[in-house]
Design a protein around this ligand. Structure first.
Ligand code: T3D
Length: 256
């Protein structure tokens, strides 16, 4: 069976991590398959991406059975396997929604946090497992968790290794919604379809602006907003949005 499966429903590409026996822990084959899936997501017909896990887990990070022997050169593995996929999610010019169906731990937590939005099943849990085995957070966890939670809470959580429930994750703002486990797939599909029907280029540029805002001055951010707003006014979806408003009808955005 493929370590990562992709399915298309209209303009939504669903990427399913598929090593359910180990709660979708990462191994080299899964990294490669995920890279291919994220490449597939770049197709213009895809306007929203949904990522989830097969079975009862979302993703529990590195497959620890590979650490039985000496860990080898972890830095090289991070650079070669993990970083390209995290960067690919951020570079993807469309929204990426994580439907967290079960434990998200270690680099699996980083992977969820690299996505633009997260919803969770009520059975999902969030575990910054790195510290529990004497590692530091990697794959962007310090970047994304700090951004989502603030430095003080990020430090407290990442150094505790504490398992967070879906309800707690919602209260902290880590996920935007918690749904009953049986309804997660349908709710995620509904949300992804809604995102796919929005002005895709406008969403892509909003994503870029928010990422850029993390490391810039107000002056630079104002300038980038002005540049991307100029680009936005040149899209078909801008013309359609204004026309629909003036004609008092629902807009039909095509993502161009
Ligand atoms: O190499 C590099 O490139 C470095 C990169 C490192 C990045 C990292 O991700 S480091 C962090 C690695 N992840 C962890 O440390 C998480 C370990 N897992 C857990 O702490 C727990 O499994 C959970 C809290 C996530 C979930 O607990 P629970 O009780 O729901 O499930 P479980 O019973 O522990 O696990 C179910 C099965 O999955 C079990 O196998 P079994 O007994 O049914 O045959 C368990 O061994 C397996 N499993 C869980 N996590 C991993 C795993 N197998 C391999 N690797 C795992 N990470």
């Amino acid at each position: 069976m493929a370590e990562v499966e992709t399915t298309r429903d209209g303009a939504v590409l669903t990427i399913t991590l598929n090593r359910p026996d180990v709660l979708n822990a990462f191994n080299a084959d899964m990294h490669r398959a995920l890279a291919a899936a994220l490449k597939e997501a770049r197709a213009p017909e895809v306007r929203a991406v949904l990522v989830t896990g097969a079975g009862r887990g979302f993703c529990v990070g590195q497959d620890l059975t590979e650490f039985r022997e000496a860990p080898g050169d972890i830095g090289s593995r991070l650079r070669g396997n993990y970083h390209p996929n995290i960067l690919a999610i951020r570079a993807l010019e469309k929204p990426v929604l994580a439907a967290v169906n079960g434990p998200a731990a270690g680099a699996g937590l980083s992977f969820a946090c690299a996505c633009d939005l997260r919803i969770a099943a009520d059975s999902a849990t969030f575990v910054p497992a790195f510290i529990n085995i004497g590692l530091v957070p990697d794959s962007g966890s310090t970047y994304f968790v700090r951004r989502l939670l603030g430095t003080a809470r990020a430090f407290e959580w990442l150094t505790s290794g504490r398992r967070l429930t879906a309800t707690e994750a919602h209260a902290w703002g880590l996920v935007s919604e918690v749904v009953e486990a049986d309804h997660l797939a349908s709710r995620a599909a509904e949300l992804a379809a809604g995102l796919a029907a929005m002005p895709t280029r406008g969403i892509a540029m909003t994503k870029r602006l928010l990422d850029h805002a993390e490391h810039t001055t107000l002056e630079e951010q104002l300038e980038l907003e002005a540049q991307l707003q100029t680009a936005a006014t040149q899209t078909n979806d801008f013309r359609e949005g204004v026309a629909a408003f003036l004609e008092k009808r629902e807009p039909r955005f095509e993502g161009s």
